[in-house]
Design a binder for this molecule. Structure first.
Ligand code: HEC
Length: 152
């Protein structure tokens, strides 16, 4: 190894080391950013399906299926980050009710996950009416939760 490549190797180790040390959930701020990023991706995938369901964009069955599969996975991601102590404060739009009414919050999160899983399933059979219905149920879960647990 040349001196230069040894230096580079040492640098990579220290960089990835610190990335791990600062990674998921070592602070309340990190947990907040994590769940917000997850919801950002949820919105991207949901929004693309919305455009197709509403006819604002041509329906592309393959793309829709992929989005629905992404959403089903993404629906599992944000919720553990609400359990991090202190993440009820700071740069968050979550209302205090997330923690004071945590059973209800968990129940709607579960409905959202079930609706997303069902949408992913239904989207593979191409029945437009069933897809629309399953998509509607998913959107209802977003709204129902935001109405009770998220600032406008
Ligand atoms: C069980 C509750 C719940 C469900 C279901 C839910 N959300 Fe949210 N969402 C929240 C909460 C709480 C926040 C605030 C997070 C924070 O700021 O810490 C949020 C934040 C967001 C944000 C803002 C992210 C940012 O960058 O700050 C978007 C966009 C969003 N949700 C979209 C959606 C969409 C679209 C759906 C449905 C497909 C959905 N959410 C389903 C509770 C929910």
């Amino acid at each position: 190894m040349t001196r230069c490549s040894m230096l580079l190797a040492a640098l990579l180790v220290s960089t990835s080391g610190s990335a791990i040390a600062e990674g998921a959930f070592n602070s309340a701020n990190d947990a907040i950013a994590y769940r917000q990023h997850a919801f950002g991706l949820i919105k991207e995938n949901f929004g693309d399906m919305y455009a197709m369901v509403k006819g604002k964009k041509e329906m592309d069955a393959d793309a829709f299926q992929r989005r629905a599969q992404h959403l089903a996975l993404l629906s599992q991601i944000p919720f553990e980050a609400f359990k991090v102590p202190g993440s009820n404060q700071g740069d968050t739009e979550a209302l205090a009710s997330v923690w004071s009414d945590s059973a209800k919050f968990a129940q709607i999160a579960k409905e959202f996950q079930d609706a997303s899983a069902n949408l992913a399933k239904v989207s593979t059979n191409g029945d437009a009416k069933a897809i629309k219905q399953a998509f509607g149920a998913t959107g209802k879960a977003c709204k129902s939760c935001h109405d009770q647990f998220k600032q406008d």
